[in-house]
Ligand binder design. Sequence first.
Ligand code: ARG
Ligand code: ZN
Length: 870
Amino acid sequence: MVIQRGDYRAPSYQIPEIILDLRLDPENTEVLAHLHFRRVAASPVAELPLNGEALELLSLQRDDQVLAEHEYRLTEDGLVLLNPPETFVLKTKVRLHPAANTALSGLYHAGGQFLTQCEAEGFRRITYMLDRPDCLARFTVTLHAPQKHCPVLLANGNCMAMGREAEGWHWARWEDPFPKPTYLFAMVAGDLAVVRDRYRTASGRDVALEIYVAERDTAACVQAMDSLKRAMRWDEEVYGREYDLDRYMIVATDSFNMGAMENKGLNIFNAKYVLASPETATDSDYQGIESVIAHEYFHNWTGNRVTLRDWFQLSLKEGLTVFRDQEFSADQNSRGVQRIGDVRRLRAAQFPEDAGPLAHPVRPEAYSEINNFYTATVYEKGAELIRMIHTLLGKTQFRQGMDLYFQRHDGHAVTIEDFLAAMEAANQRDLSGFRRWYSQAGTPVLRASGSYDPVQHSYTLTLHQETPATPGQSTKEPVPIPVRMALLNTQGQRAPLSGAIEGPDGEAVLLLEQREQSWTFVNLPDPVIPSLLRGFSAPVRLESAWDDEACGFLACYDDDPFNRWESIQNLAVKALLAAVADSSVTPLPAVLRDATASILRDDALDPAFRAELLTLPSEDYIGEQMSVVAVEAIHRARDTLRQDIGARFAEKWMALYHDLAAPYQRDGLAIGRRRLRNLALSHLIASDGDSREAMALHARQQYAQADNMTDRLAAFQLLVQHPHHDAKDILLDFYRKWHGYPLVIDKWFSIQAATPRPETLHQVEHLLVHPAFDWRVPNRVRAVLGGFAANPTVFHAADGSGYAFYAEQIRRLDDINPQTAARLATPLSRWRRYDAQRQQAMRAALTMLADKAKLSRDLAEVIQRSLPVK
Ligand code: ARG
Ligand code: ZN
């Protein structure tokens, strides 16, 4: 069934209070629910449908009367109450089977623990309920479990009482004072250790901070706890938002479908975003923890206190909260490097989505399975829309808008429209044109051209926009595009802006609202080069008419870090595309060589930024710039470029490799130095000639002696993925050392699956029957299948073997975990981007899946949208 945004109807009843009692058993859990119903519709209703899924109904009473047959009906997806009175208490008792719940949605038992995941629609797998975000209830929850297996019993809010009962069981009662929708409900029971800390809020309230992990992981929570405290402080300082309960709990698990979940006062996390020690986690793992911990914490205001009216509004909380976590990370680290990383992720995931059959607006119009809409578009593009509003209004005005948003809507379930209205009202601004960004899918193409008039001493810039058609939206309107810009003179300094627009410090934001507009700047004695879309001020594809010389200039002199990076990326992409088209062309032309040389020479640059500048665009990103992705040619050209850059600057790379060696530290400078040093190693290993063998020895040494996982893994990956190196001993050694650390073993699996060699397919078949492989653990499945799908030459092997193998695994996974299967299937949707032979093989793989028996709704929707309409 397809749900349409326009079909929203307010509920006819509310359930202000819900009392739950759960007797937890892995095989047979019993859930007793008391729901206090109150009619809010003006007149009586004949039917009141409640959601329920995979529930065994044991008893059903209304106000202590067993319901008669004419008073209810059981359906496919729930329970319908017939002619209900105006107010009543419904008492249900159901049975569920947590250990058999491998979908990991609702209440499940995994790794010896009971856990829940209710967003978006998991609560209906726990009990019959109005499972929709616009029904806010106060929850009282009592958990019962055997004390021995589950000494820890947690739910949202405050623990009111605990006690013992017969046969070694015990119980705990929790009350959450804040009314919340079902998707924010959570409970956890298991044998968990706790790491405690405290936080005092700006107004002086004490909050207990608790991170629940397995006993042996208690030392690995330092980064998580520290990030949490910094996030709490940041939200007070930047948004004036304090935490509102007496305790904040985080639980880590290996069995989780996504990154983490913001359940009120009781976040549940994929262990990947909690656990870290220098020996087991890389620098980027540490950064991931910082941002996800902050993200879930920020949801307490943007998501929980102000929640969603319906799931079409998902970006109201996710786009806004991603924007908040990105800004938090930018304030904690280097803003420029953070922005480059955020844009790289946007382009790697969202741009392709927006250009393919799964394209949808940030506020979708229709869905059949909402879990399929937790996408890069709703999250990352959604965050870019908030960022544009921030750019258009300015920091102070944006904050005023946020204040009004919280003031108006605290405790309510609202819409994206409500958010925009608050932004407008607080600032007397009109954002009506901006709303199109939320309803129109597709990535706008922004074309820029300009010319300098040496007689008038003026520069005229012309911007043009066009959004390509997307499924279901054949014509597109212009959208307002904020273009942050500066004009740089030939010394690389910003020229003062006067004429069309003035900007303090020579920087301004142009707003392109029509299809095409021009701006003329005056009083420019010398020619200038524009630096456009600084900081990537809008989620568009910029095509500028600048020549290589201008790009080379910007790569060396642009004072906007993002744009400087962008310019050298563009040079590299251009060189690579030329080498892809003609393999006799060098992928290292003079401009790129000179720009690389100047960055390599510049020892004063922040090493993290320098590493970004020197990192080559990915094969996927290069492919994105082609109408038909030339899989092998891209791989070859990029490899050649890496070799050439390695060989040409071998001495400099070698010097960096030696000079940057240092004992492990965790500050930003040390992280940047590690990154640059490992980049040097990768170029040296790739380079032809004498240094390669010597470098393989260095890599082996680095692998063996590293005092941290970043360096160890970098060497490990280079050795395992090197085309001429036998690394069997290292694979074995790594496994032996880390087999007790699931997160580390995930890396072991994924690096093998991502190895660009013909025999990888065969090896991955072995990985899938490895004793440590487990179809029920999403991290493990993603490590292997996700690694494989991100391996261009193997996944896209010309004979179609990669697709056929992959589809077979998705088919198998769909019976176990539909959500994860549907997500992993999305790379197959991109078939239109490949040559005829691959297209055919990819479509065959999709068709095979479409014909599967018991196809989940999740996977069915992805496939149906991916295949051409017959
Ligand atoms: N709200 C969570 C977060 O972004 C993610 C939940 C994803 N849920 C899902 N069913 N895919 O923090
Ligand atoms: Zn979120």
